[in-house]
Design a protein around this ligand. Structure first.
Ligand code: AMP
Length: 172
């Protein structure tokens, strides 16, 4: 089965010019969802992970399943104001304006080996900010794993030094 065939492209969502990669069609297919999680697990099963960071909100779906599969704890990184305890925040640039992500200050320990998971790598701003949070807390980013990567946005150019894995690639 080709996982790419399970992704639905929704043109002009949420605004004109954007080709939105809809993962709900993959999630709805039990074999495809499982295959995606198994492939992610195979990539990182020998990495002695101490925690898996999931980025709100679609990242939670894959991070939680992968954490369960590998028997590792899951750490949520969320949009501002959502986490109840004391947080650390990182701001990043969007096409227009800025956005931010937050993590609980006690979410990980010094030298913890952390995998960051999200559904899709576009410009890389979100994952770069998330990696910064992990490192500020003393964690080590062992890798960043995505279901989908939009190769034409060249996020890897801004993520030098990090291991990046994506199961599905779109080059246009
Ligand atoms: P970025 O910070 O540019 O790498 O954006 C990554 C985040 O935006 C991910 O959490 C994605 O869920 C979302 N995203 C960006 N572009 C798309 C797209 N074309 N289709 C679906 N989700 C997207």
């Amino acid at each position: 089965m080709e996982l790419i065939d399970k992704i639905r492209n929704v043109q002009d969502f949420p605004k004109p010019g954007i080709g939105f990669k809809d993962i709900t069609t993959l999630l709805r297919d039990g074999a495809a969802f499982r295959q995606a999680v198994v492939q992610m697990a195979q990539l990182y099963q020998d990495q002695q992970l101490d925690g898996i960071v999931g980025i709100e909100s679609r990242g939670f779906i894959f991070a939680a399943a992968l954490a369960y599969a590998l028997g590792v704890g899951m750490i949520p990184v969320r949009k501002p104001g959502k986490l109840p305890f004391t947080t650390l925040s990182a701001t990043f640039a969007l096409e227009y304006g800025t956005d931010a992500v937050e993590i609980h200050v006690d979410a990980l320990k010094e030298d913890d080996r952390i995998l960051i998971v999200d559904d899709l790598l576009a410009t890389g701003g979100t994952v770069a900010a998330t990696a910064h949070l992990v490192e500020q807390l003393g964690g080590r980013v062992v890798g960043c794993c995505f279901l989908i990567e939009l190769d034409f946005l060249h996020a890897r150019d801004h993520l030098a030094g990090y291991r990046i894995d994506s199961l599905i690639h779109f080059d246009a």
